[in-house]
Design a protein around this ligand. Structure first.
Ligand SMILES: [Zn+2]
Length: 339
């Protein structure tokens, strides 16, 4: 038993010595290697050799960060076609590493898609801007400007991703670009809806379109010469409100349309006697009352200055005159403010 024990001790002792010697040997060898060499990574991109990186982790982290966020706020996304490849190497101590250049090169190989905002009018792009806030400002302003038009443009904002882009920087110019075709379209509608018709009624659709359309109105006087016999407002007795202006002229004097429009009434109408009504754009109407006869029919398109009827004294009237009334959305107003 003792002999065996001694033998075991001897074996253990030899093993320990060999192990220590090996450890020492490796350490010395390792130190010698590290004195001469250093660990680096050679970096390749596709077929291209980009040189050596000193710090692979930092380099890779920078690249990943760039791929995720780019380097400016309006970067949508970044695409790198190939993956950089790293190969571990022990290189001579004096070998040059160029992490910065490798990073710059990888960046140059990226496709950057920028995020911009397109403002679209009826699905057609009008302009692009850099921020959502600016796109919204354009849409809000354009909507405000087109609110009185019959036909409005539908405005939308959509995100776009582009490698290269041009953006508008002027809100007013963009708004004007949106409104110009809207104006043109509405002018055409007014034209279509006021084409002469021989029918004795004006369709609700035509009237609605006309009422809602925009046109600059400049009302002119219905008579070439006249004497004003009653103004708009309370009568002297204070019990009756005069809803128009009375222009006296000889019986049969031509009465002219105050503005372009469509005739909506040419018939007897109680106290008004023979009455002509014309619907104008933007919700305005003119009444020509107490006529002796008509020169137009319901549904006729008239131009400013066209003869619509002749001076008479029909209805509640004390002498030949035309009672001119201007109404806006059905409510009478002082014609003197409009003429
Ligand atoms: Zn009157």
């Amino acid at each position: 038993m003792i002999r065996i024990s001694n033998r075991a001790k001897l074996v253990t002792s030899i093993c320990t010595k060999v192990f220590v010697a090996m450890l020492l040997g490796f350490s010395v060898l390792g130190s010698l290697v590290l004195l001469e060499y250093k660990p680096v990574y050679s970096v390749a991109y596709g077929d291209e050799d980009l040189g050596y990186a000193q710090n692979k982790n930092v380099l890779q982290k920078n690249i990943e960060n760039y791929l995720q966020y780019g380097d400016s706020e309006n970067v949508g996304y970044v695409i790198l076609k190939e993956k950089p490849e790293y190969t571990f190497k022990l290189a001579k101590k004096d070998i040059e590493t160029n992490d910065e250049e490798i990073y710059a090169y990888i960046k140059s190989k990226c496709d950057i898609y920028y995020k911009v905002y397109a403002v679209e009018s009826n699905d057609e792009e009008v302009c692009r801007v850099e921020t959502l806030a600016m796109a919204q400002e354009i849409v809000d302003k354009a909507n405000e400007e087109q609110k009185n038009y019959t036909k409005k443009a539908t405005l939308t904002i959509s995100e776009k991703y582009e490698k290269e882009y041009e953006v508008s920087s002027d809100v007013e110019v963009a708004v004007a670009d949106i409104i110009a075709p809207v104006k043109k379209l509405n002018a055409e509608i007014t034209k279509i809806y006021t084409t002469p018709s021989t029918g004795l009624t004006v369709s609700a659709e035509v009237l609605a379109a006309l009422k809602e359309s925009s046109k600059e109105l400049n009302f002119t006087l219905p008579l070439e010469s006249y004497v004003i016999t009653s103004r708009y407002g309370w009568r002297r007795n204070g019990t009756e409100f005069h809803t128009g202006i009375d222009y006296a002229a000889p019986l049969g004097t031509p009465i002219h349309a105050a503005e372009d429009g469509v005739v909506t009434c040419a018939q007897w109408s109680g106290n008004y006697g023979y009455l002509v009504k014309i619907q104008h754009a933007g919700g305005f109407e003119t009444y020509y009352a107490h006529c002796s006869r008509f020169a137009v029919s319901v549904g006729d398109e008239v131009k400013q200055g066209d003869v619509v009827s002749y001076v008479g004294s029909t209805g509640r009237s004390t002498g030949p005159h035309v009672h001119l009334e201007i109404r806006y959305n059905g409510k009478h107003m002082n014609p003197a403010d409009m003429l």
